[in-house]
Design a protein around this ligand. Sequence first.
Ligand code: DGL
Length: 272
Amino acid sequence: MLDKNAPIGVMDAGLGGYTVVKELQQLLPQEDIIFYGDGKNQPYGNRSEEEILHLTRQCLDFLKAKGVKIVAVACNTISTLIDRYQPEYDFRIFSIVKAGSDDAIGMNLEQVGILSTMFTAKSGCYDRLIHQKRPDMAVYPQGCPMLARIIEDGGFDQERINEELKKTLGCLAAAHPDLDALILGCTHFPMIRENIQRLYPQFTRFINPAATQARQMTEYLKENGGINPNGGGTFRVYTTSNCKFYADMTRHVGLKDPVSVELVPAPQPLNR
Ligand code: DGL
């Protein structure tokens, strides 16, 4: 049984997950939200499966200790492994890769590109989920080793962002100039959508899975009597890296003012 009054948890390897918080705050303004961003160990997308799982369990344990009723994994990289950790928790966890795949399936696309971290691209997770329902859709993943990290470093260094986009999205655009849509398959990337549009105006349709993930969570809460009827809509941020940056970025993304932004110990990486 869901505790209606409990908060919703949102987690990411970094602050890209703010793009999901924004959608949740619009759809469910009365819900209390706890955000956990592990900026210290980011990028997860260049790590091994074993390392990502080890870090992820610590992030989820943090949210569990806060008593969350459901969790959005607002990170594509971590979502690719949801089947490995969901059975270990008694609250429902929502994958943003599932949301993005559902978006692509629901549109009348012949070819779709996916811009993501390296791990998400190599996992083949989007391809698998899309092909379960649309085996005929051509799916072209493109990994970006450094883009999420550059955004996480702050300052939105235009030169570095554009350089990295040319090295990665440039290859995809050259090989597949006729894509019907591009999935922004890393939650940091909706923050640089304008850079993408300026450099590659041939891409006109974008899929930002955040809205669908928030909608799927809302439906689940409604179906399971989990909507908080009289919550205050509070927003609390926990970061493992830089409080000032995480606070500033709430305004940049257009989120409600957080009640608090707190520095917490980072998950411990695996000893090697
Ligand atoms: N925001 C994360 C994602 O959606 C990327 C974080 C990272 O691995 O650097 O995949």
